[in-house]
Design a protein around this ligand. Structure first.
Ligand code: DGJ
Length: 582
């Protein structure tokens, strides 16, 4: 499903939600000095760098890679060869502030210098109070001092290496370090803008329990729901995610009270590990929502904490900032089997209310329901950025779906510096290894198209899609022309998969890219006649100029009946014109 495939009423509702979100988010006064920021274009939000829209063709490094310049030395060229334009790299609190108040930015400086030398941009990931729900990246002086930096407590009394988000003293220590980092970036990078955005913390949330049971958490849980959160339900109830609204309404739609009075009691018995269920039930259960009050409570407190850190950083240097989510996975339906309180779809509105300093919430998108999650992460006008995803066999399909179908500002497979020696690759499934070969050709095509894609996002003239047996075709309207896009079918062989994007460049002119699909032109708002294929050319964009290759006709247009992208071979770019006849 793409925006352009939506029913007109839903598109209107989506636009209304976009406007409401704009009101909730921090006021975006565009900086005059070219500092990266987000800007609206139609229904899309785009990242603007040096005054121009920018599409992040990214990749996230393995966690430890950026902690050593030596280790990274041979990696940079491999990143360039994959046609990345941006690298996502962790910057840790432990190495930035190894002793309290003593900051060390050498690694950051080296990272920026080496990225610049390879004409790459950076998105920095602030691994600080939490990384994957745990607190392993906090400096030792924080970990050791459990009195000053208290731990979260499980219901069974255990206090693992997990900082509680209810300790604002910890938030302030984290915020001081983060502000120092942002100040340093302003002083060293505000002219070049090598660093585009910053992720604040990483995949926060409680694991192994659904909420914090430490004394301050218990006290807060027994108290009233904060007025700022209640306000979301009072003033914006028509715009919030249906699952959040239903949970609130199911409990009487109360506009004041304690957490359990407003959101229901939540039963400890609900907290069941999904993998304890029998297999058939496990497969269906994970997609249902099981999120008692605990998840809303933790979402509020994590988001407030992250907001405090982000605000401190923005005061120094207001780069776009975001939080990423570890999503519910098959077999892990219940908060606590995935981090409870992280920015997952059912509590994204809570995050938006609690953390206005964040510009977006991003999914770490490893589940197969790629488009479904993209849709959830574009609700309420959230700009789509995918900081992590797998580099498997669907990586090209997912890239085109996100960028063309959901106006993504960027895409970034995880473990981009991982290379598989042939002997190892031979032992691994293609789902894991295939993307290493597939990503570069897709990024290469997307890089050629980026200026055009960015010009079309949010204007109703672009669609991006992935087709398969379950979703073999769809009809959409692009700039007044209605088209049917389906799996290609030629010489008696129907493609099993197809993907790509199509843009209406003018009334009778189209640009497309991808493989394994065909386009039939159904009708045009500009005439009552039928539409025929005028010309189809394949080609490339070189320095923004179209360089024509073969003129495609005959079998390559199914004898003039379809604009085709072959199922044999990788993705290609084509231009197509149509003509009208009676
Ligand atoms: C998600 C995390 O955010 C990453 O930093 C990394 O640990 C991956 N998981 C590993 O799969």
């Amino acid at each position: 499903m793409t925006a352009s495939m939506m029913h007109p009423r839903r598109r209107l509702a989506a636009l209304a939600a976009v406007l409401v979100f704009t009101a909730l988010a921090t006021a975006a006064v565009p900086p005059a000095d070219g500092t990266p920021h987000l800007r609206r274009q139609g229904t899309a939000m785009q990242l603007v760098v040096d005054g121009q829209p920018f599409l992040i063709l990214g990749g996230e490094l393995l966690n430890s890679s950026p902690s050593s310049r030596e280790y990274m030395r041979p990696v940079w060229d491999r990143l360039v060869a994959q046609h990345l334009n941006t690298v996502l790299a962790g910057v840790s609190w432990e190495l930035t502030e190894p002793e309290e108040g003593k900051f060390d930015f050498q690694l950051v400086d080296e990272l920026i210098a080496d990225a610049r030398a390879h004409r790459l941009r950076l998105v920095l990931l602030w691994f600080a109070s939490w990384k994957n729900g745990r607190s392993c990246y906090a400096p030792l002086w924080v970990k050791r001092d459990t009195a000053r930096f208290p731990r979260l407590q499980f219901a069974n009394g255990d206090r693992p290496e997990l900082l509680t988000p209810l300790a604002l003293g910890t938030a302030d220590a984290d915020a001081r370090a983060f502000a120092a980092l942002m100040k340093h970036l302003r002083e060293t990078d505000a002219a070049a803008h090598t660093v585009l955005m910053v992720q604040v913390e990483n995949e926060v949330g409680v694991l192994n329990d659904s909420r914090d049971h430490s004394a301050p958490a218990e006290a807060a849980f027994a108290g009233p729901v904060p007025a700022e959160l209640m306000d979301l339900f009072v003033r914006h109830k028509d715009e919030i995610a249906p699952e959040l609204r239903q949970a609130w309404e199911a409990n009487g739609a109360r506009t004041a009270g304690t957490w359990t009075e407003v959101f229901g009691a939540g039963k400890p018995a609900d907290f069941v590990l999904t993998w304890d269920l029998p297999e058939p039930q496990r497969q269906t259960e994970w997609r249902k929502l099981h999120w008692p009050v605990d998840e809303v409570f933790m979402a509020w407190h994590y988001a407030r904490y992250v907001n405090r850190v982000a605000e401190a950083g923005k005061r120094e240097y207001p780069l776009p900032m975001f939080a990423n989510a570890w999503l519910q996975q098959p077999g892990c339906a219940f908060p606590g089997t995935y981090p409870s309180g992280g920015p997952v779809p059912q509590v994204n509105d809570v995050w938006r209310a609690a953390a206005p300093a964040l510009d977006l919430l991003g999914p770490d998108l490893y589940v197969p329901e790629f488009a479904e999650l993209c849709e959830k992460y574009t609700r309420a006008g959230n700009p789509l950025f995918i900081p992590e995803t797998s580099r498997g066999e669907d990586v090209g399909r997912n890239l085109f779906t996100a960028v063309g179908g959901f106006n993504a500002i960027g895409f970034s497979p995880f473990g981009i510096d991982l290379s598989f020696p042939p002997a190892v690759a031979a032992t691994l499934p293609a789902a894991i290894t295939a993307g290493a070969a597939i990503l570069p050709e897709n990024y290469e095509i997307m890089a050629q198209l980026a200026p055009l894609v960015l010009a079309h996002q949010g204007t109703g003239t672009i669609t991006g899609f992935a087709l398969d047996k379950e979703h073999p075709s769809f009809v959409t309207t692009l700039g007044g022309t209605t088209v049917e896009i389906s799996l290609d079918d030629i010489f008696g062989r129907k493609a099993e998969k197809g993907y790509g994007l199509v843009m209406a460049a003018g009334p009778d002119e189209f640009i497309g890219a991808g493989a394994g699909f065909r386009v039939i032109f159904k009708s045009s708002a500009s005439s009552t006649g039928r539409l025929g294929i005028g010309t189809v050319d394949e080609g490339r964009y070189r320095d923004g100029q179209w360089v024509r290759g073969r003129r495609l006709n005959g079998d390559d247009t199914d004898q003039g009946r379809a604009w085709r992208f072959s199922q044999w071979g990788g993705p290609v770019i084509q231009h197509c014109t149509v003509y009208h006849f009676e």
